[in-house]
Design a protein around this ligand. Structure first.
Ligand code: F6R
Ligand code: ZN
Length: 188
């Protein structure tokens, strides 16, 4: 049996939009307030509105191992205190599934870590592809002053597990120190 039919859809490298997305979601600061290190800075940012930190334009493909999910991920520029805007980050529910991010605009990092404590950060800039291996949690961080945009592809059945990242966070953070991005320990 065939689970899906051939099709194509234009992507816009500059805006991060995907033609005819099945789903668009926007994550405001209030939906991830506890993930930033500086609670006072979060409060101040929320008092001035509730900024959209990132948006995702998705195609919903069959949740089968042989199919592929794909989307455009757009992380806005900005900081909460000294910490750059970032995605929530997640493991894939099916741990043995990898992902490729192809950056089309902006600058930043893909912060990654494993459950047994390995950490990594790969630079993101236009036309660079980042390979997120199976079993690595991943979060995009925008260290520039324009949107950080990537085209993402991952197995159809991968799913998202936000659990441990929501409660414990990543082991590292990326913050601005002396005008430059610095990778620091989350809990020194
Ligand atoms: C999918 C994936 C990306 C992210 C997107 C938003 O597996 O890694 O499409 O879903 O960048 O980030 P999260 O899902 O962490 O809120
Ligand atoms: Zn993912």
């Amino acid at each position: 049996m065939y689970a899906s039919e051939p099709f194509s859809a234009a992507i816009d490298r500059e805006t991060g939009t995907l033609a005819s997305p099945d789903n668009i979601y926007e994550r405001p600061l209030s939906a991830m307030a506890a993930m930033y290190e500086d609670a006072e800075a979060v409060k101040a940012a929320l008092a001035g509105g509730d900024p959209i930190i990132y948006k995702v334009y998705e195609k919903n493909m069959p949740e089968l191992p042989g199919e592929l999910q794909w989307c455009m991920s757009v992380t806005m520029p900005g900081k909460i205190g000294r910490e750059y805007f970032m995605t929530k980050g997640h493991f894939h529910e099916v741990r043995d599934t990898a992902e490729i991010y192809l950056c089309t605009r902006g600058t930043g990092y893909m912060l990654m870590e494993t459950e047994d404590g390995r950490t990594d950060a790969q630079e993101m800039r236009p036309d660079v592809a980042v390979y997120v291996p199976a079993r690595w949690a991943h979060r995009s961080i925008n260290t520039g002053d324009e949107p950080l945009i990537s085209f993402c592809v991952y197995p159809g059945d991968a799913g998202h597990d936000y659990g441990s990242i929501e409660t414990a966070g990543f082991r590292k953070r990326i913050v601005e120190i002396d005008g430059k991005p610095a990778i620091i320990d989350n809990k020194p």
